[in-house]
Design a protein around this ligand. Structure first.
Ligand SMILES: [Zn+2]
Length: 296
């Protein structure tokens, strides 16, 4: 599936790396979007809501600084019962079933950690969309990936939205961690040997690990802004100790491999903007982030 065709064609003209960047930067954003009408009538409200919120248009605009050799198709579609998202053949699909799961797991009110209900949907929706977009970057830009691609995609996704303003980055990180930990809770029932193998052979990390990875990269990015993750015990100190290093590792790779394919002036404008609607923050005391065992 991976193709280096576009880069190879450019390479034939023996242009320099700088000229290649300038060439790529002159091209318009190539993300096309599509809301596929759902086959399942139960997904109709999700389809309508996301369309009204212009969810895909916002993602399209948010990703407009990235210069890709060809168009990426970004779709919201029904996936015959799979609550998933995927990338393949230069197309990203976010399933209505996945959004439905996020809606169903949404808490009734702001959590004790201060996570607004809506952020438990928006956070993972953005995180997953960017995770799939990271796969598109790896594939379409022919980027080398060290380590597991699923882990790298998680890291690139979080790295991108950590470049947003502090309040928004925090809301997205907390919402995403909440969704993973809530997901882990639904996996609590004893596993059959087949389920055990399927879970642990998964190309993705376990939801619990993905939650701590996202908390770690955030803490690594800004130990002040996310310092309470450690003081409140959401992120164990043993892991927190290596998070700055983990973040810098991602940053180095990103700057070397992805940044040359970004229109930096446009990216500055995009990342300086406010993207999320304001939500009331309730100051409550209590448990904070859900743990795998006590997630509501
Ligand atoms: Zn993936």
């Amino acid at each position: 599936m991976k193709t280096a065709l576009a880069l190879a064609v450019v390479g034939m003209f023996l242009v320099t790396a700088t000229a290649m960047t300038a060439f790529a930067a002159s091209k318009a954003s190539q993300i096309s979007i599509r809301y596929v009408p759902p086959k399942n009538p139960a997904h109709q409200p999700i389809y309508k809501d996301l369309k009204e919120r212009r969810a895909l248009e916002k993602l399209q605009e948010f990703l407009s600084p990235f210069r890709l050799p060809r168009t990426v198709q970004f779709s919201l579609a029904g996936c015959d019962g799979e609550d998933d998202a995927s990338y393949g053949d230069e197309a990203i699909t976010i399933c209505y079933e996945y959004v439905d799961k996020l809606w169903k797991n949404m808490p009734a009110k702001t959590t004790p950690a201060g996570i607004a209900p809506m952020d438990t949907v928006i956070g993972p929706f953005v995180d997953t969309s960017l995770h799939e977009f990271a796969h598109a970057l790896f594939d379409m830009l022919n980027l080398p990936v060290l380590g597991r691609e699923e882990d790298a995609a998680d890291q690139v996704a979080a790295y991108i939205y950590l470049q947003l303003g502090k309040a928004e980055a925090r809301r997205l990180i907390m919402g995403t961690a909440y969704a993973y930990l809530t997901d882990a809770k639904s996996d609590d029932a004893p596993l059959t040997p087949k389920e055990f193998a399927e879970d642990f052979a998964e190309a993705h990390g376990m939801p619990q690990q993905r939650a701590y990875n996202v908390l770690c990269i955030a803490y690594g990015a800004d130990t002040k802004l996310f310092g309470d993750f450690v003081t409140k015990g959401y992120l164990p100190e043993e892991r927190a100790d290596v998070c700055e290093e983990e973040y810098e590792q991602v940053q180095d790779a990103y700057e070397e491999l992805v940044t040359p394919h970004i229109d930096s002036a446009l990216a500055k404008r995009i990342f300086n903007r406010t993207w999320l609607r304001k939500t009331p923050t309730l100051k409550q005391r209590g448990r904070g982030l859900p743990r795998p065992k006590d997630a509501p």
